[in-house]
Design a protein around this ligand. Structure first.
Ligand SMILES: [Mg+2]
Length: 370
C-alpha cells in the first residue's frame, strides 16, 4: 500500500479512562453498581482530533495503547474500514467479544469523527443520514429506586417530551415479581395511558416465569419486554416472543456481526438492540443494521446516546435510541454538545463538524483512572 499523504495520516492515538460515581445506587435484575467507567479514545491527524468512547473496563486502555494504536498510526484515517479490518485481525488470539470489541468500537468511532472533521462536515451527513433527528426513549427506572425517585425521573423524561419510557424489572434475579409489577403499575399511573411503557429484565427470569408474566404486562399495556431471559438463550427468547403481544428485544451484548446473525436467525427478537460502543463501532453497526433490514427488523440504539446519534440518523430502519440516565449524565458532564433534546428527539446540528462534541478534559480530570 502506498503510504498516505502526510496530511491524511493518523499522527497519534491516545486512550484514557474515567470512573464517574452514579448520582444514586443503580441496579437492575442481575447487576448493581455505584460508578461507571468511560474509556476515551482520541485520534489526531490532519490537524484535527476525532473522539470516540466506550463504557467498560480500564483494561481497554492498555489494549488500545499496546495492540491497536500501533496498527493504525501512520495509516490514512479516511479508510476507516481498512483500519477496522486490521484491528479485528489483531484480536484473533486476544479475543474479540468484550474488551477487544469495545476498544475497536471506541477507535472506530474516533476515526469516523476525525474523517468527518477533516471533511468539515457533520458525521451524520458524511454517513448519508436520512434525518436530522433521532427518536429517544427515557431509560433508567432502576430497581434500587424508591417510588419517589422513580416518579422524579419519569417526570424529567415527560418534560423532555418522551413518548416512551423504560424501567428495570426482574429484581434480585426475578425473586421479587410482586414488587416488579407494583413498579410497572406505578409507572403506568404516573405517565398515563398515552406513553409507551417498556420493561427490561436484564435476563433475570426463567423462561416459564417470563412467559407467565406476559399476561400481567399486557394488562398494564407494556409494549417492550427486553431480555426477559438471558440473551444467550435464543430458544427462551423465542418462546417468550410467541407468548407476548408486544416486542421481545435483545442485542446489547452483541460484539460482532456474527452474533447478530445468530440472534436474528433464531427468530429470537422483534427489534434488534445494538450498541455502537460494543459491536465494533460505526463500521460494524452499519453492517448489523443492514442485516436487520434484510430480515424486516428495526434497530434500537443501546445506551451512550451522544455516541449513537450520528450513526443512527443514517440507519433507515432505526426505531429509537435509549436515553439512559447514567450515560446521559456522564456525557452531558464531560462533553460540550451542539445537539439538543426536544419533543422526545435528539436534534443534530446541521453545521457542527464530526460528532458535534468537544471533550471537556478539565471536567474529566478528577475522574481519571488510566
Ligand atoms: Mg438492557
Amino acid at each position: 500500500m502506498t503510504p498516505p499523504a502526510e496530511e491524511l495520516a493518523v499522527d497519534s492515538i491516545e486512550a484514557s479512562s474515567y470512573t464517574v460515581p452514579t448520582d444514586a445506587p443503580e441496579a437492575d435484575g442481575t447487576f448493581a453498581w455505584t460508578d461507571t467507567t468511560l474509556v476515551l479514545v482520541q485520534v489526531s491527524g490532519g490537524g484535527k482530533v476525532g473522539t470516540g468512547w466506550t463504557y467498560g473496563s480500564s483494561a481497554a486502555v492498555a489494549l488500545v495503547r499496546e495492540t491497536l494504536a500501533p496498527l493504525i498510526a501512520g495509516r490514512t484515517f479516511l479508510d476507516v474500514e481498512d483500519a477496522w479490518r486490521h484491528q479485528v485481525a489483531a484480536l484473533r488470539n486476544i479475543g474479540r467479544p468484550g474488551i477487544g470489541s469495545m476498544a475497536v468500537s471506541a477507535i472506530d468511532c474516533a476515526l469516523w469523527d476525525l474523517a468527518a472533521r477533516r471533511a468539515e462536515t457533520p458525521l451524520h451527513a458524511l454517513l448519508g443520514a436520512r434525518r436530522q433527528t433521532v427518536p429517544l426513549y427515557g431509560s433508567g427506572g432502576f430497581t434500587s429506586y424508591n417510588h419517589r425517585q422513580l416518579a422524579a425521573q419519569l417526570d424529567g423524561w415527560l418534560d423532555l417530551g418522551m413518548a416512551r419510557v423504560k424501567i428495570k424489572i426482574g429484581e434480585d434475579w426475578g425473586r421479587r415479581e410482586t414488587r416488579d409489577l407494583d413498579r410497572i403499575r406505578h409507572t403506568r399511573e404516573l405517565v398515563g395511558p398515552d406513553i409507551e411503557v417498556f420493561v427490561d429484565a436484564n435476563g433475570a427470569y426463567s423462561t416459564v416465569q417470563a412467559v407467565r408474566l406476559t399476561r400481567a404486562l399486557e394488562d398494564i399495556g407494556v409494549t417492550w419486554f427486553e431480555e426477559p431471559v438471558s440473551s444467550d438463550d435464543h430458544a427462551g427468547l423465542r418462546e417468550v416472543r410467541h407468548a407476548f403481544n408486544g416486542d421481545v428485544t435483545a442485542g446489547e451484548y452483541g460484539y460482532s456481526l456474527a452474533y447478530f446473525r445468530h440472534l436474528i436467525n433464531a427468530e429470537a427478537v422483534d427489534c434488534v438492540q445494538v450498541d455502537v460502543t460494543r459491536c465494533g463501532g460505526v463500521t460494524e453497526l452499519l453492517h448489523i443494521a443492514a442485516l436487520a433490514q434484510q430480515h424486516g427488523l428495526s434497530v434500537s440504539g443501546h445506551c451512550a446516546p451522544y455516541q449513537h446519534a450520528a450513526v443512527l440518523a443514517a440507519v433507515p430502519n432505526l426505531r429509537h435510541l435509549e436515553w439512559f440516565h447514567d450515560h446521559v449524565r456522564i456525557e452531558q458532564q464531560l462533553f460540550d454538545r451542539t445537539s439538543t433534546v426536544a419533543d422526545g428527539e435528539l436534534h443534530l446540528d446541521e453545521n457542527a463538524p464530526g460528532n458535534g462534541l468537544r471533550w471537556r478534559a478539565d471536567a474529566a480530570e478528577p475522574y481519571r483512572v488510566a
